[in-house]
Design a protein around this ligand. Structure first.
Ligand SMILES: Nc1nc2c(c(=O)[nH]1)N[C@H]1C(S)=C(S)[C@@H](COP(=O)(O)OP(=O)(O)OC[C@H]3O[C@@H](n4cnc5c(=O)[nH]c(N)nc54)[C@H](O)[C@@H]3O)O[C@H]1N2
Ligand SMILES: Nc1nc2c(c(=O)[nH]1)N[C@H]1C(S)=C(S)[C@@H](COP(=O)(O)OP(=O)(O)OC[C@H]3O[C@@H](n4cnc5c(=O)[nH]c(N)nc54)[C@H](O)[C@@H]3O)O[C@H]1N2
Ligand SMILES: [Mo]
Length: 771
């Protein structure tokens, strides 16, 4: 019998085809003009050999090898759910009693899955919060640095997360769009919470057709699809702030800066200007100064600056620019450029970030909330900036400076992760693995034997979304989707909420955790909360029953002529509609930031050479700049077992994109296997020659499951091609403390030895207990 079930994931809405208890196929969601290929991997992922069948405990943990022990090499022992629940309740109670609640790290960063009720991290944090508290994390790997910086400069993070100036306004009014880091088509495949319509490509093409000239300022030509007809300005990674400063210098020299706007809408121009002209430090930031830093010819910089001053211009940067050393600087400087052009708040002009980073950025839409869970309370209130997790484990009791605060780092005993994979997302995995050893107990809830599950002590098998009912929703999308359970839970997998409810029960607070609702009652509850929030905004959502039966709701579209420009009110009347900054204006100099006294993020935007870049001393030993961008074939580590990701690999290894000259210099051909290495680590990759990659730059997508040649050895080569064995784990600055993955130098050499098989998709060693 064949059944069709409405469903959703971060990579799109779809119908699941179900035959005899198996998901056998996928049909794209009808209203989606551009569903993308990722949904095709869903059946492979759900039924992968790498699914975790039962709860497991690391054998060494049972035998007392806990704090100080490197994880990843020991076999696992299967246990019953009852045993696992008991161990967790005892261990949680013990650590809370002996070390206090902050000894549990429940930051649990990660994308989890699209359903808003069974969102694993939300469930875990609710469980830990109601149980007495935990150390949590703030900000996101995606844009931690910008999230911390932008409230100081513009008084909002909307310029980063949405609602931003929409494509309708850009197409109608802008003539030029400068895209630092491009508008990568691959990134629009996904949206957190689900994508009902992938309208991102459609909207960009419409803007190009309306006469917007796109300029792709990026090391990689492929960051803007050919159809947009963009001019490609190749730039060395990590040097964008220098190019922006030089554009500013051209404007000042030509007298083209908008002095009225700088006086009426900005503060600190008198501090930034002398830095640009060189009066402050003796170095005028001219195009001739920037050319050798950036690799962009001085004439190109000059031409683009003057073109910006002559035409209605939109400025944007990919989120990747701030996941780099001193990632605050290009963002702050791009805002300064937009201010100098007087473009902020003018129809279809100004600045916003991430148009090319995720589906739904700049999609014209009505402002309505998304379906969401109630907020979580953490009575302890202790947090770290998310990407400082290794540092937290390494330096308990010491101070971490962050955004003007001194955080005393906790002494972590339990690490508990649900819905995220630090062995995917974190930088310098060899270092993380050593720091990871400081924990006494590591708990991981996962559907698959991903690297984080393999490096845990207690592993709990979670259901995938296809094994439960849920609701998908995102504020960046116009559709709310009913996710119908398609198949029963595989093997002994359980829902995150249910496994945690049992531990809460053993600890005496089941009813507070569940609020005595089951899955069906929770879905109705979340839906009703949303329905009520929509009503005052003019949208009457149907009843839950009608929604569930229909499979989705389409929120009404805006009127055809409507458009939105961010900061329009502020531009029109800065005194009546001030920004939420200390001065109510755009802060080109921030007294607050200056008062922190951080030399790695002073009071106005500056050029600081990254620690690792093509101009560094270190480039003599490691002459290639490695970008580790988002994968076109999966979502981070998710779907890596699927057909789309595996069809793209080269002899099972993640491709490394290389310029032909760099390949030739190393005697490499398309399809060769190489070892990519630096002082931190090494991985294998398969050569893919790309004519449109700036020489000296190479790129490997993130997400191939970490596969150390010797499990448990932090210095082992990753056989599969996870670039995070190579990336540096240093906060962008003491202000943002964001991840700086994009600042990474490597060398590449041909792999001539025998090629060991990739084992990351096969379960680890399991020892059945002796009866
Ligand atoms: N080098 C480098 N590293 C990077 C980046 C980069 O640009 N370069 N980008 C960074 C960015 S922007 C991000 S957002 C992060 C992403 O990092 P993550 O969000 O941690 O990556 P995912 O692979 O999406 O991890 C989600 C995990 O949740 C699991 N999961 C899914 N559904 C469920 C569920 O229902 N229950 C449970 N218990 N688990 C579930 C999945 O199997 C998966 O392992 O990576 C960061 N890392
Ligand atoms: N298919 C797919 N889409 C995704 C994701 C996924 O895993 N798969 N992940 C999602 C997530 S979590 C996020 S946060 C977003 C991230 O969105 P982004 O941060 O925009 O994505 P990236 O692919 O890391 O980077 C975009 C481009 O920036 C360029 N770039 C890198 N460094 C520099 C630099 O120093 N200067 C300049 N000028 N350009 C540079 C690279 O060539 C790269 O292709 O993507 C989302 N979209
Ligand atoms: Mo992200």
């Amino acid at each position: 019998m064949t059944e069709i079930k409405p469903h959703a994931a971060h990579w799109g809405y779809f119908d699941a085809v179900v035959e005899n208890g198996r998901v056998t196929g996928i049909r794209p969601f009808g209203p989606d003009p551009f569903p993308g290929a990722l949904i095709e991997s869903v059946p492979d992922a759900v039924h992968a050999a790498a699914r975790i069948d039962r709860p497991h405990v690391r054998k060494g943990w049972l035998e007392g090898r806990r704090r100080g022990h490197l994880r990843g090499g020991d076999p696992f022992v299967p246990v019953s759910w009852d045993q696992a629940t008991r161990l967790l309740a005892e261990e949680t109670a013990r650590v809370r009693a002996e070390h206090g609640p902050t000894a549990i790290y429940g930051g649990s960063y990660g994308w989890s899955s699209a359903g808003r009720y069974h969102h694993a991290k939300t469930q875990l944090q609710r469980f830990l919060g109601l149980g007495g508290g935990y150390t949590t994390s703030v900000t996101a790997y995606s844009y931690a640095t910008a999230q911390t910086l932008l409230p100081h400069i513009l008084g909002t993070n909307e310029v980063l997360l949405g609602r931003v100036t929409d494509w309708q306004a850009i197409a109608r009014h802008a003539k030029l769009m400068l895209c630092f880091g491009g508008l990568a088509a691959k990134n629009g495949l996904v949206n957190s919470g689900g994508a009902g319509r992938h309208d991102y490509m459609v909207l960009m093409r419409r803007a190009a057709a309306a006469g917007v000239r796109f300029v792709n300022i990026s090391p990689y030509k492929g960051d803007v699809e050919d159809e947009l007809g963009a001019e490609w300005v190749p730039i060395r990674p990590g040097t964008d702030a220098a190019m922006m400063l030089a554009m500013a210098q051209v404007l000042v020299e030509a007298g083209r800066e908008d002095r009225d706007f700088l006086a009426s809408h900005c503060t600190g121009w008198e501090r930034l200007r002398p830095y640009i002209t060189g009066e402050a430090d003796g170095t005028p930031k001219t195009p001739d100064w920037a050319a050798p830093i950036t690799g962009v010819p001085a004439e190109t910089i000059r031409r683009l600056a003057l073109e910006c001053a002559a035409k209605p211009t939109m400025l944007t940067a990919a989120w990747s620019l701030q996941r780099a050393d001193y990632g605050e600087q290009p963002y702050w400087m791009l805002i300064a450029l937009a201010a100098m052009l007087g473009a902020i708040g003018k129809p279809g002009q100004g600045v916003a970030f991430g148009y090319g980073s995720i589906n739904g950025m700049g999609t014209p839409r009505k402002e309505l909330p998304a379906v969401s869970s109630p907020p979580i309370r953490n009575p302890v209130g202790l947090y770290i900036p998310v990407a400082r997790v290794t540092e937290m484990l390494e330096r308990p009791g010491e101070v971490l400076q962050y955004n003007g605060r001194d955080i005393v780092l906790p002494d972590i005993r339990i690490i508990w992760w649900a819905g995220g994979n630090p062995f995917h997302h974190h930088q310098d995995l060899p270092r993380l693995q050593r720091a990871w050893a400081r924990a006494e107990t590591i708990v991981v809830q996962e559907p698959w034997w991903t690297a984080v599950a393999r490096h845990a002590d207690i592993v709990l098998p979670a259901t995938t979304t296809l094994e439960r009912n849920d609701i998908a929703s995102s504020s960046r999308d116009r559709f709310v989707r009913a996710m119908h359970q398609a198949i029963p839970p595989l093997a002994q997998a359980r829902n995150d909420a249910d496994m945690l409810a049992d531990v809460a029960d053993a600890l005496g607070y089941r009813d507070r955790f569940t609020e005595q609702r089951d899955e069906g009652a929770w879905l109705r509850h979340l839906y009703e909360r949303w329905r009520q929030a929509c009503a005052p905004r003019g949208f009457q959502a149907p009843s839950f029953e009608a929604f569930w039966a229909a499979g989705h709701i389409e929120v009404p579209d805006i009127a055809p002529g409507e458009e939105y420009t961010q900061f329009a009110d502020f531009a029109a009347a800065p005194a009546a509609a001030p920004l939420n900054t200390p001065t109510g204006k755009v802060e080109l100099f921030s007294e607050t930031i200056a008062s922190f006294g951080y030399d790695d993020c002073p009071g106005h935007p500056v050029w600081i050479a990254p620690r690792e870049w093509l101009g560094a001393e270190l480039a003599k030993d490691y002459p290639l700049h490695l970008l580790s961008f988002q994968p076109a074939t999966r979502l981070h580590g998710q779907l890596d077992t699927g057909r789309v990701a595996n069809a793209d690999k080269i002899q099972g290894r993640e491709p490394i994109h290389l310029n032909a000259a760099d390949a030739a210099a190393r005697g490499l051909r398309d399809g060769d296997i190489v070892r990519v290495f630096n002082a931190r680590g090494a991985c294998l990759g398969g050569v893919r020659i790309k004519p449109d990659m700036l020489p000296g730059v190479c790129a490997m997508a993130t997400g191939a499951w970490y596969n150390p040649a010797t499990p448990g050895d932090p210095d082992a080569t990753c056989l599969h091609g996870n670039p995070n064995v190579l990336t540096a784990d240093i906060g962008t600055s003491r202000l943002g403390q964001g991840p700086s993955a994009q600042s990474c130098l490597v060398q590449v050499e041909k792999w001539t030895g025998p090629l060991p098989p990739v084992t990351a998709h096969v379960p680890p060693r399991v020892e059945e207990p002796v009866a």
